[in-house]
Design a protein around this ligand. Structure first.
Ligand SMILES: NC(=O)c1ccc[n+]([C@@H]2O[C@H](COP(=O)([O-])OP(=O)(O)OC[C@H]3O[C@@H](n4cnc5c(N)ncnc54)[C@H](O)[C@@H]3O)[C@@H](O)[C@H]2O)c1
Length: 266
């Protein structure tokens, strides 16, 4: 008999699917038996990521399509490609994200538009496409948004990023309430410091701001290491995403759960 944690027979779409976080999430979903469709900016990288995942999970079903959340019509095309690959999409993981560091004085409306375009409007576009399809089919489903501890606390140089992630946390509550009657469950995870390209970019900024007194290795040792003594690995986020996408989490709704090794207090 299938356990409540099983995702066998279910199909997931993961945006930002070639990022380290996307791969960790895809791996955890595949481990639970789901089929996974990756959507991201670069087709070559998507093909390489698919091969990487098939090497980790032989026999798995992994599809992919190009997705630029800032390009009009691209979200709908990527969603249609996912539906052409799988009979249905039961799980949407809104993982794509943009973080560019600027002091407030240098923050332009173009920067804000790009950050909110990917992190907020893109997430909402994908969620609406997903919900419309499920509602048309009369099926239940799960959305897991990748928010951030940056949506609950602030970081220097990340005003727009932090505000966009706070919006994701609020949107998660709204969508969970709005689509509860249609049995679409919506939750978010709030990672802290996860070992990815985005984190390395933030570390390099911290090193530059320190005027050479810090190194990337110093940041690796101190960031997010307060409780575990190390950074969080992407697949550790993925396992929580897989849980939230499963029937085990049916009574967890509209929540934004810290998955940060205990570094954020609320
Ligand atoms: N790394 C961390 O410590 C950390 C912490 C908290 C939250 N997060 C969140 O996790 C998610 C994944 O981030 P990551 O750390 O892997 O960062 P990353 O920069 O490595 O990956 C971001 C992904 O989003 C995709 N993306 C960016 N712009 C896009 C666009 N216009 N259209 C479609 N896709 C686009 C990128 O191609 C990439 O695959 C993001 O939502 C990020 O905000 C990361």
């Amino acid at each position: 008999m299938k356990g409540l944690d099983s995702l066998e027979g279910r199909f997931a779409l993961v945006t930002g699917g070639t990022s380290a976080m996307g791969v960790g999430i895809a791996q955890a979903l595949l481990d639970k038996g789901a089929g996974v469709f990756l959507a991201d900016l670069d087709l070559d990288k998507l093909a390489r990521t698919r091969d990487e995942l098939l090497a980790l999970c032989p026999g798995a079903d992994v599809g992919f399509a190009r997705l630029d959340l800032l390009e009009p019509g691209c979200a709908a095309a990527a969603f249609a490609a996912a539906l052409a690959h799988f009979p249905t999409i039961d799980i949407l993981v809104n993982n794509a994200g943009l973080c560019r560091i600027h002091d407030v004085a240098d923050l332009t409306n173009e920067h804000i538009d790009a950050t909110f375009g990917v992190n907020v409007k893109g997430l909402l576009d994908m969620s609406k496409l997903f919900a419309a399809e499920l509602i048309a089919q009369g099926k239940r489903g799960n959305i897991v948004n990748i928010a951030s501890n940056a949506g609950k606390i602030t970081f220097s140089g990340q005003l727009d990023y932090c505000a966009s992630k706070a919006a994701v946390i609020n949107i998660t509550q709204s969508l969970a309430k709005e689509w509860a009657p249609q049995r679409i469950n919506v939750n978010a995870v709030c990672p802290g410091a996860v070992d990815t390209d985005m984190l390395r970019y933030c570390m390099e900024d911290a090193v530059a701001r320190s005027g050479g007194t810090l190194t990337v290795e110093d940041c690796r040792e101190t960031w997010g290491a307060e409780q575990l003594g190390r950074l969080v690995e992407p697949v550790e986020i993925g396992r929580v995403v897989a849980f939230l996408a499963s029937d085990s989490a049916v009574v967890i709704r509209g929540q934004s759960i810290n998955v940060d090794a205990g570094t954020t207090p609320y």
